[in-house]
Write a protein of this length. Structure first.
Length: 156
C-alpha cells in the first residue's frame, strides 16, 4: 500500500469474493507488489465493518488518539488500556501481488458476507461492509440523521 501521505481512500465499490474468500482492492489503493494492512473488527452506525489501515495510517491513528487523549487530560493508564484494546483486536493481513485481500472466516461470518463485499473509502483508511448494510446507510432517512449534514447540507 502507498503511504498515508500519498493515498486517499475515496469512493466505494462492491466486488465478488473469489473462491478463496479474497477481495480485490481497487487498483488506486494498492501497489503492484503485495502490502500489509492492519485490520480491526469495528462497527459503523451499528453495522459490523472491518477497518483496514496501512501501516502508516494505523500508526497515525494510534498516535492521534494518544495525543488527543493526553491533551484532554485523560488518565494515561486509561489511554494505554484503550489503545491496548485497539491494538489487541487488530491483525495483519497481506494484500497479494494480484491486489487481493483474504477475508478471514471469523470476519466473513461477523459481517455476514456471502459472495460479495463493499469496500468504502474513509480517507486515511477503508472499511469492508456487507453490501446490504452499506446500502442501508445511504437511505434518505439514514442520511437525514447525520447531524453535520444539517449544517453543511451536502448529502441531503
Amino acid at each position: 500500500m502507498n503511504s498515508v501521505s500519498t493515498v486517499m481512500f475515496t469512493g466505494n465499490v462492491t466486488h465478488k469474493l473469489d473462491p478463496k474468500s479474497r477481495l480485490a482492492i481497487p487498483a488506486g489503493w494498492r501497489d503492484a507488489q503485495g502490502a500489509t494492512l492492519w485490520m480491526i473488527d469495528a462497527q459503523n452506525e451499528g453495522y459490523p465493518t472491518l477497518k483496514c489501515y496501512t501501516k502508516e495510517s494505523f500508526e497515525e491513528m494510534v498516535n492521534g488518539i494518544r495525543s488527543h487523549a493526553e491533551a484532554r487530560g485523560f488518565d494515561p493508564a486509561a489511554v494505554n488500556r484503550y489503545l491496548g484494546t485497539i491494538i489487541g483486536l487488530s491483525f495483519e493481513a497481506e494484500v497479494s501481488s494480484q491486489g487481493k485481500l483474504l477475508i478471514p472466516k471469523a470476519q466473513r461470518e461477523r459481517l455476514k458476507l456471502a459472495d460479495t463485499a463493499t469496500i468504502v473509502g474513509r480517507g486515511t483508511y477503508f472499511e469492508i461492509w456487507a453490501p446490504a448494510d452499506f446500502e442501508a446507510t445511504k437511505a434518505p432517512d439514514a442520511l437525514a440523521k447525520l447531524e453535520l449534514d444539517k449544517v453543511f447540507g451536502i448529502l441531503t
